[in-house]
Design a protein around this ligand. Sequence first.
Ligand SMILES: Nc1ncnc2c1ncn2[C@@H]1O[C@H](COP(=O)(O)OP(=O)(O)OP(=O)(O)O)[C@@H](O)[C@H]1O
Length: 295
Amino acid sequence: MTTIIQAQQLDFSYGSHQVLKNLTLMIQAGEIIGLIGENGAGKTTLLNLLLGVNQPQHGQLTLWGHQPGVPVVQTQIGSMLQGDIAVQGITVGDVLKLTARHYPAAFAVPTLLAQLQLTDLANKRLTALSGGQLRRVTFALALVGNPNLLFLDEPTVGMDVTAQRTFWARIAALKTQGKTIIMTSHYLDDIQQVADRIFLLRHGQLAFQGTFRQLQDQYRQVEIVAQTTLAASTFNNLPGVTAVDLTAGTLHLSSEDGDGTLQALVPYLPELHQIVIRRESLADIFVHLVRGASA
Ligand SMILES: Nc1ncnc2c1ncn2[C@@H]1O[C@H](COP(=O)(O)OP(=O)(O)OP(=O)(O)O)[C@@H](O)[C@H]1O
């Protein structure tokens, strides 16, 4: 495996506000990394360090063994940041052609436009695009250079359902081509589906890095859902139960001891119907982690 990104003990502050603390991470070629965390956790700040927009005050950061921001690195990176694109009076086709010139192995613009279903917008000026159309064009700008490494910050925000499907199909294709992708998103179901590894930033520190399966194993939460006429208080003190929600006859139990909770539920089975037991999703675990951190 080829290591593309290596960061050791990175610290970054805006003035006296320390945003990233002691970050150490390594990313291999071909990985899709889901970078998640609450608003303000430091995700965009980390992407900006990787792009060389800002420099860490402490620690080492290299991409392909080079400093961030140097030309040999930049020509291998495509990025789609939040509020990225300076809207100008030029057309979609022209801005893509201009961007493509900076890359040694760029795509032919008409081909890329067709793949991303943007051909109809080719002659439109950027100023005439809707918010969602502008996001789709920004994704095209990230891809046009045929880069090996992509930074995508909240890429699907504002995209309609069709555009999101085109986006995810493209991500799947990029993965089979061995591209490396670091993506932030608050749509955790999507991250759970696509990411090889998840990096969870909490208050500027990496609270977790690993596969979703490893995260599930670490936080052995299960969710038990059932229909019942029993009161919520029946379940509060059962072994392992960490949360009880009973709304309109539907019970949701979170448990950190699935076996223990299920055994304790046996006496209540006659009054529990349509029982479903499932391991928690990334979104569920995220809420527990964030709640735990602020408790
Ligand atoms: N240019 C800046 N100057 C000063 N502080 C900043 C600047 N940019 C970001 N911050 C602060 O740094 C912290 C991390 O911000 P960052 O944008 O990295 O968070 P994020 O995880 O990307 O959040 P979100 O999910 O809301 O996009 C926040 O407290 C933010 O207020």
